[in-house]
Design a protein. Structure first.
Length: 306
């Protein structure tokens, strides 16, 4: 297949874009100076993330397909966390010229398949040579005429609930760091998150007052809701879903581990969250997050570690 350097920029773009099937929201896809995306609501939800080799993924731990799915998932989840429907991704792809072209194709297969799972598609982007693999992904979404679900709507008396896996990706990372090969389910969770993309629709339909994507750790992310809403969030550890597979450190992984891209929401006290959600606490007067009335464990994700 050769390398992407041997192919050259335009042949590489042609090969990659042939793998992308524009969805109904993409009115004009790759091939022009810019894409055209439908915006029926008249507003566009937009978010962007960077993934850098050695910081967000390791090539000896994750293959290109999984890296592509992870890159798409973490951006699509942010759109869903606003209560919006994902419509399109724009992808900037940088890699060493010696990268195999089939590696790049598998990366884009992963991007396209994750978009398909969320009802979106890759609408365009750019490619460039760089010393390390880097992905800059922008996700777009449509609110369908509704107000965005933000972090600032939680009120005292609300209940706090979560949807999706917690701690699995962190446990998988710990296994890989320790040189262990299993449980395979946890390692797969680190390589490829599985956001429950229906969470935004479910939360909105049941009157959620606040919603966010759990990307940096449950306690840390609930702290964003607490700060934005001017409240205290009280978590009961016995109600946090901790499956046996997470092992003896399961609760710590569930409270502080990121990259599962589950969702956390607050709902009015007289509202029963959807059955797929698990109530883990309440909103009270005050500030910050407590677990069982005490300061929570630390260790959440930080993009700028000291």
């Amino acid at each position: 297949m050769g390398t992407i350097g041997e192919l050259g920029e335009f042949a590489l773009i042609a090969r990659l874009t042939r793998r992308l099937a524009p969805g109904p929201d993409v009115r004009l896809g790759p091939g022009d100076d810019a894409a055209v995306i439908a915006a029926p609501d008249g507003r566009v939800v937009a978010t962007t993330d960077l993934l850098v080799e050695g910081r967000h993924f390791r090539l000896d731990w994750s293959g290109p397909y999984d890296i592509g799915r992870k890159a798409a998932a973490q951006n699509l989840a942010d759109v869903v966390a606003m209560g919006a429907r994902p419509t399109a991704l724009l992808v900037g792809f940088a890699a060493p010229p010696g990268t195999d072209s089939d590696w790049a194709e598998r990366l884009y297969d992963g991007l396209a398949d994750e978009c398909r799972a969320a009802g979106a598609s890759v609408a365009g982007g750019d490619v460039v040579a760089a010393p390390a693999v880097t992905l800059a992904v922008t996700a777009l979404g449509d609110l369908g005429g509704a107000a965005p679900l933000t972090r600032s709507g939680a009120r005292p008396g609300d209940v706090v609930a979560v949807r999706g896996r917690l701690g699995h990706a962190a446990a998988g990372l710990a296994l890989l760091t320790g040189g262990r090969a299993g449980p395979a389910e946890l390692i797969a969770a680190h390589r490829r998150p599985e956001p429950p993309y229906r969470a935004g629709e479910e939360a909105r339909s049941h009157g959620a007052t606040a919603l966010l994507d759990v990307s940096d750790g449950l306690v840390q992310d609930l702290g964003h809701i607490a700060d934005a809403s001017g409240v205290r969030i009280e978590v009961e550890s016995s109600r946090v879903p901790v499956p046996e597979i997470l092992g003896p450190d399961g609760l710590r992984h569930a409270l502080t581990g990121g990259e599962d891209h589950a969702f956390a929401a607050t709902f009015p006290p007289d509202t029963v969250p959807p059955p797929s959600w698990t109530v883990i606490g309440t909103v009270a007067e005050g500030a910050g997050v407590v677990v069982d009335g005490r300061e929570p464990p630390t260790g959440a994700w930080d993009h700028f570690p000291t």
